[in-house]
Design a protein around this ligand. Sequence first.
Ligand code: ATP
Ligand code: MG
Length: 562
Amino acid sequence: MNANGSTTPSDFIREIIEEDLKNNKNSSRVHTRFPPEPNGYLHIGHAKSICLNFGIATQYKGKFNLRFDDTNPSKESTEYVESIIADVRWLGADWEDRLYYASDYFEQLYDYAEQLIMKGKAYVDDLTPDEIKGYRGTLTEPGKESPHRDRSAEENLDLFRRMRAGEFPDGSRVLRAKINMAADNINMRDPTVYRIKHAHHHRSGDTWCIYPMYDFTHCLSDSIEGITHSICTLEFEDHRPLYDWFLDELGVYHPQQIEFARLNLSYTVLSKRKLLQLVAEGHVRGWDDPRMPTVSGIRRRGYTPEAIRDFCTRIGVAKRESVVDIALLEHCLREELNLRAPRVMAVLRPLKVIIDNCPEGKVEQVEAVNNPEDPSMGTRLMPFTREIFIDRDDFREDPPKKFFRLSPGREVRLKHAYYITCDRVVKDEKTGEIIELQCTYDPQSRGGGTPDNRQVKGTLQWVSAQHAIEAEIRLYDHLFTKENPDEDADFKANLNPDSLETLTSCKLEPSLAAAKVGDRFQFLRHGYFCVDPDSTAGRLVFNRTVSLRDSWAKIERSMGRQ
Ligand code: ATP
Ligand code: MG
C-alpha cells in the first residue's frame, strides 16, 4: 500500500500528485482527463492512458473528464466518437456528466486568439505551407522570420476576422504565434495557431472555416475544464514549452502537463494511422476484428475489462520507452478466466468413435463439474452414448514416444465418463484417411477410476455424436510475424498470413445451445472461447480468446531462475 492507502503501486506521476496535495496546490483538487481525437478506434495503448487517468482520479477522490479533441474535421466522424464513448465506458471509466468536446470551445478559443493578436503575440502569415516549412529551419539551423511577422495588431485582427468570415481559400493564410524563430525547440518557432479549412465538422457543421491547432486547443481546453494534471505521452514533452507559453501569455488557469512512456506491445502496432490502413485495405475484417489490438477488437475476442485493467496496473507507468510482451496481456486474461469461465467440452477437429459394447439408443447422463476452481459454479449432466466424437489430434495410429492419448490397443479416460480402449481403426478405402475408431469401454470405470486402480495416462474431451451442436470456431495467432512489425520500412510486409484459422464443423456439448453472444467458456484442453456476434440462431460462432499454453508463466519462471 502507498501513502494514500491504495493498493495501486505508486509511480512518478502519483508521487508528483501526492507532493501537490501536500502543498495544497490547486486547493488539493485532482482532476484528470482522457482526450482522444475521434479519428479512429481506441487501442490498448489508449486503455493504458484511460486506466491511468481514471485510476488517479478515483484514487485521490478527484474527477475525470472525457474530452474529444475534435479539431481536424476531415479525419473525424461520429462513428469514431460513438465507438470511443462505448469503449471508455466498457473499460469501466466514469466521467459522470463531464463529456466534453474541444469543438464546444471554438468560440472561446477564437477569443483567446484575438487576445494574442491584440497583445502582439500572434500574426497572420501569407506564406504558402511550403514556404512556412522552408522558413522553419532545421534542428541545427535557426528559422527565418516571415516578411509578414511585423504586421500591426489592427491589420492582423482584420485579416483574422476575414479568415473566419470565409474570405480566403484553404492554405492561403494562417495565424501564427509570435515566439522565436531562432528557438532551439522547433515547436517554439512561431507555430501555427489557426488554419483555414472549409470543411464540414461532425459537430459544429459549417459554422467554422478556420480550425485551431492541437497545441493551442489542448492546453486551453485543459485550462477551461480546470484540469490539474494533464497526463500525456512522451512525444508531447517537446511541446510542453508551448503548452506553458499559451497559458502564460493569456494569463489563464495553468494545469501541469506530465509525460509518460506510451505502451508498445510485441507482435502488433499501436498507431491509429496504421490500424486504419489495416482496416481500409482489408487486411482485417474491421476495427473490431478480434485480431486487432483495438479495445473493440479485444472485447469481441473475449477479453474482459478486468483483465485489461489488471494488465495496465502490472505494466505500471514509466518515463522510458519499452515494449511489453503480449504474453503478459494473455497471462492476465487467463488468470481471470480461469476463475470465472465455466469449463465445457468441445471437439475442434472431430473423429467419430463407436463404442461397440455400448448399446445403441442408450443415453447415460454423466455428471461434470463446471469449474474445479470454484465449486459454487456447480455441475451439469452430459449425455454419454455409443457414438461420440473426439479430437483428431488425440489419436495417433503410430504413436510417438510420450504420446499418451489414444492409439490402437491403448486405453484412455474420457473426461467425466469411462475408460475406452481402441480396438480397430476404420479407414476410407480410397484415400486411406481415418474415418472412425472402434472402441470398447469398461462399464466399471464410470467417473474416471476402476476397482483395480488401473492407471491410464491420457484423459480426452469428447461429445455425444447424437447430441453435439455443430459450430464454427475461429482460431487466432499474432497479427504480425515479427515482435516489432515496425522494424521494416513496410510494417504490412510482416502481417501473419496464418493469423486466422476457421474451423467449420466443430462439435460442442449440448449445454452450449444456450450460449449467448459475449459468453465465455474454457473448452477443455483448447483454451478460452467467446461467442462471436456473427452467431445466428442456428449456428454458433466462437472466437478463441486465448489458448491454455501460458508462455508468460514460462518467462516468469525463467526470470526467477536467473
Ligand atoms: P496514435 O498514436 O495511436 O494515433 P494518438 O496519440 O494520436 O494515438 P489520441 O486520440 O490523440 O491518439 O490519444 C488520446 C490519448 O491517448 C493521448 O493522451 C495519448 O497520449 C494517449 N495514448 C495514445 N497512444 C498511447 C499509447 N500507446 N500508450 C499510452 N497512451 C497512449
Ligand atoms: Mg494524438
